[in-house]
Design a protein around this ligand. Structure first.
Ligand code: ADP
Ligand code: MG
Length: 445
């Protein structure tokens, strides 16, 4: 048995961070090397969820890192300190997160990693309340919203928190599809007794994407009875869906009214500030360094959902690894362009919008004229070209009358500064940006 030097461990972790940045999580700093025995490096994590994540995603990366750092053939193995993690649950009983390995629980989906904004405040507050005292506050709790807006994150955060606080001994977290499949299987195998026992004996039943229950008559019937049994026993029920209960197609009225009987909370698309805060949070979690200007650009351009926002960050990180490791505005523009996010915005479209607003001609913008009525729209064009296309400073300067890159930089700074002190002007620029984005969407369709 060999103990590992702290510097070796630092090398291993460093190797993983550099070569596999996408799998790195903030809690990696809590990992500890325990022993090196018979060619196996035993690494201890804080809880079984971390171990599961490491087993599923990180075995090769840590093995490579250990071999590089130690210069010998080693494999990495992950384990948890059973005593410590049992002590953590408060009641010593493991969470029943899965039924036959169907749904993975993500250790990153905890409340600390969830950014609260006006779009999700109620859903978040209700989730915290339910995790603290299941079965007594909002029952059922029904969270709905479009895809990629954080429903699964909140549901899993409730499970983590309830487990950590020891407020719930027996939590079952599954997807609706799993429920339906298990039901069908149980009917076929004549195993309804086991099925009912499994679902009706839990303290907290968490079902993701319950909209799949629509149009499945027999599963609805079974779920109705499961729901009633749990509810009467004051057991917590938490559901998520991509729409409100009444909007789930072909959902029986009695289920709609049951779902509406607790708290129904929606999650909407986050505003710019919340999107920026989410990018910062995700970047910290993945140990990625990103400039504020990049955070703002990406948050402005990606308005679809958080999953896309996160995807953009991962892509930026991957791209930066092939360059000098830096994530700057140029790289972000390139990524957005290749994403198709700013695909259809051309300088010509910018010129159309700006000349239309200021009632000037392109020929004036390209001329040597320096009157205010011409320089302002010219600078606005340069600013928007810089913000919304991936053309270089030289290209933009060249287009607007053969000017050099410092003129474009100056224009960009001047307009940016004016926006900050002049709300009316800022609102004009905002409208222009919006209208350009809408054109982009029209072109894409
Ligand atoms: P849904 O289940 O609504 O489709 P998810 O919960 O899977 O969405 O969220 C998609 C991604 O966005 C996840 O990585 C999640 O962590 C992230 N996310 C969504 N909302 C937030 C938020 N408010 N703060 C931090 N991350 C968020
Ligand atoms: Mg989901």
């Amino acid at each position: 048995m060999t103990a590992l030097l702290p510097s070796d461990w630092a090398d291993i972790i460093g190797h993983v961070r550099v070569n596999h940045p996408n799998i790195v999580r903030g809690w990696f700093s809590q990992l500890e090397p325990v022993t090196l025995i018979g060619g196996v490096l035993h690494i201890r994590a804080r809880n079984p969820l971390q171990v599961r994540y490491l087993d599923d995603h990180c075995r090769i990366a840590f093995t490579e890192g250990a071999q590089a750092a130690l210069g010998q053939l080693v494999t990495a193995s992950f384990e948890t300190d059973e005593a410590a993690s049992n002590g953590h649950t408060g009641n010593g009983k493991a969470m029943d997160f899965e039924l036959s390995g169907h749904l993975e629980v993500n250790p990153d989906y905890v409340f600390e990693n969830f950014v609260v904004g006006p779009n999700n405040r109620l859903a978040h507050a209700a989730s915290v309340a339910v995790a603290e005292s299941p079965g007594t506050t909002y029952n059922p709790l029904f969270i709905h919203g479009d895809v990629g807006l954080g429903k699964t994150h909140l549901l899993q955060a409730i499970c983590h928190q309830a487990n950590q606080l020891g407020t719930c001994a027996n939590t079952l977290y599954i997807s609706c599809e799993t429920f339906v499949n298990h039901f069908i299987e149980a009917v076929e195998r004549g195993a309804m007794k086991e099925f009912r026992y499994r679902y009706r004996e839990v303290d907290m039943l968490v079902i993701d994407d319950i909209q799949f229950l629509g149009e499945r008559e027999r599963s609805q019937e079974e779920f109705f009875h499961t729901f009633n049994t749990l509810h009467q026993g004051r057991k917590q029920i938490i559901l998520s869906a991509d729409c409100s209960p009444a909007e789930i197609p072909s959902l029986e009225d009695r289920l709609v009214s049951r779902f509406n009987s607790g708290l129904v909370a929606s999650i909407d698309m986050p505003c710019l500030e919340t999107r920026m805060a989410i990018i910062r949070k995700k970047a910290r979690l993945r140990c990625i360094e990103v400039d504020e200007s990049v955070v703002k650009l990406v948050a402005e351009q990606i308005e679809s959902n958080i999953r896309d926002l996160e995807g953009a960050l991962v892509k930026l990180d991957a791209l930066s690894q092939t360059r000098n490791g830096k994530i700057d505005l140029d790289l972000a523009r390139e990524m957005l362009q290749s994403n198709g996010t700013s695909h259809a915005i051309t300088v010509q479209q910018i010129v159309d919008v700006v000349t239309n607003y200021y009632s000037v001609r392109l020929a004036d913008l390209q001329s040597k004229k320096r009157t205010k009525s011409i320089t302002l729209p010219r600078q606005v064009c340069m600013y928007l070209a810089r913000e919304m296309t991936s053309h270089s400073l030289e290209e933009v300067g060249g287009f607007f009358g053969g000017r050099d890159h410092t003129t474009v930089l100056h224009a960009h700074r001047t307009i940016g500064a004016t926006r900050e002190v002049d709300p009316e002007f800022d609102s004009v620029l905002r409208d222009m940006t919006q209208s350009l984005r809408h054109r982009r969407v029209e072109v894409a369709q």
